[in-house]
Design a protein around this ligand. Structure first.
Ligand code: 2M8
Length: 430
């Protein structure tokens, strides 16, 4: 296999190099995903970043989550981007003047977007607490964060349960975190893209066009976001899907909230039963036993989206999931090749439209691989988990802290010095 040139000297400590990335990307209370490509705070990035920071700076890990929830809207939603007012307005597209959060009531003083991202936060908060309970207690980390986490999950399970089946929908591809996943091709095909003249893309200044979504994708992203914004972030735009990853994170997050409630001397029962309800709905609505995976559901088109994405395997993070063995079997098969492909491919290796270097259409990512590793450990697959961890660390050492990696050759793509790659590397080293 052809590896990208190593950017971490063989003798250098991976641990020290990862900390250096996180130090460089820290901005007064939060970590940006990458200084050039993503110069603000992103929601699920901050959760993954806290999971790494907690090992060497528990206070910074706590502040990472606190700053994000400081930008929570009064309806409970946690915005997917919290904009840094000190960063030039045109550094990222679409910026604050597109989202116009400050035109609305119930929004924070700092400008934000109006869409959300997958709910990794409760899990991250509980893990952050466990890394340094004494420090967390002295800062009243959980008493302050817990009501906000509950409001966040409440909002998801009310405002976003569009079918009334107990599952949350995402209403923009950006909300799934896996923006141009092939799973969204079908529902997106109904959205008429805005012309390139309506776009002021900044991402292509920081990453190759072949490694990013296309202009047609962006034309659709901006149209959906604009329509949602024009409804004051209330009505459902033309895109709505139930994503297995978001719902699995919600179930796992409710288990974490149960642990947090118990730590605070509160009754955890409500969270346990909510976790069970979401897990049951996942099984009833999205599981396909013949395919051995979960498929997303297209709420607008009333159809299952039969695309094999890593999101379909990630309900492995749900405690007591009855089909964990089936998911591991699918991961070991030709589509994901868990035993030798690494990081775990974002999309089916056998599909004709698999693209090993294009964003969420094939490359492996450290965050989704970390979640799969977490799920393997949760379900007692320690041999597979340890092997995956070792190979992930070898990939990072060879490619550097890249945003995504060709799962077969190890070539790195996207931005360099990417925060969650560094943070989760630190967690895997432990
Ligand atoms: C990517 O998404 C943003 C939009 O939110 C972008 O392309 O500009 C995704 O990989 C997303 O999952 C991630 O949170 C974000 C920042 O790392 O970048």
């Amino acid at each position: 296999p052809v590896f990208a040139p190593s950017v971490i000297a063989p003798s250098a400590s991976l641990d020290r190099a990862a900390r250096r990335v996180l130090a460089a990307n820290w901005r007064r209370g939060a970590t940006v995903p990458a200084g050039g490509l993503y110069p603000h705070q992103w929601s699920w990035d901050s959760a993954f970043i806290a999971l790494g920071l907690r090992h060497f700076s528990p206070v910074r890990a706590q502040r990472e989550l606190e700053s994000l929830f400081g930008a929570q809207w009064t309806d409970g939603r946690v915005p997917h981007i919290v904009f840094d007012p000190l960063v030039p307005a045109d550094a990222y597209f679409p910026g604050p003047s597109f989202w116009r959060s400050s035109d609305l009531t119930g929004t924070p003083g700092v400008p934000t977007s109006g869409i959300v991202q997958p709910p990794v936060h409760a899990l991250a908060a509980w893990e952050t607490f466990k890394a340094a309970p004494a420090v967390a207690r002295s800062r009243r980390f959980l008493p302050r964060l817990y009501p906000r986490l509950v409001a966040w999950h409440d909002w998801l399970l009310t405002a976003r349960d569009l079918r009334g089946r107990g599952l949350v929908s995402v209403v923009h591809p950006w909300e799934s975190g896996m923006d141009n996943s092939p799973a969204w091709d079908e529902p997106l095909s109904r959205v008429v893209p805005l012309p390139p003249s309506a776009l002021a893309r900044r991402d292509l200044a920081h990453a190759a066009a072949t490694e990013r979504p296309t202009d047609t994708d962006y034309g659709r992203y901006i149209r959906i976001a604009r329509d949602y914004r024009d409804s004051r972030y209330v009505s459902t735009p033309g895109f709505a899907v139930e994503d297995p990853l978001c719902n699995a994170l919600l179930a796992a997050g409710e288990h974490a909230l149960a642990s947090i409630a118990a730590e605070l001397g509160l009754d955890p029962a409500r969270h346990i039963s909510r976790a069970q309800q979401v897990a049951d709905a996942l099984m009833a609505e999205l599981w396909d036993g013949t395919a051995g995976t979960f498929f997303a559901y297209d709420v607008v088109g009333s159809a299952s989206l039969r695309s094999y994405s890593i999101a379909g395997l990630l309900p492995l993070i749900v405690p007591d999931l009855p089909v964990a063995t089936d998911l591991v079997k699918t991961a070991l098969g030709d589509r994901f090749r868990l035993a030798d492909a690494c990081p775990v491919p974002s999309y089916d290796l056998t599909a004709a439209d698999h693209e090993p270097g294009r964003y969420w259409r094939g490359p492996g990512w450290i965050n989704t691989s970390w979640l799969f590793w977490y799920g393997l450990r949760l379900h007692g697959e320690t041999g597979l988990a340890d092997d995956l961890r070792d190979r992930l660390l070898a990939r990072v050492r060879a490619a550097g802290f890249r945003e995504y990696v060709d799962p077969l050759t190890g070539a790195g793509y996207g931005t360099d010095d990417f925060s969650w790659t560094a943070a989760l590397t630190l967690d895997l080293i432990r």
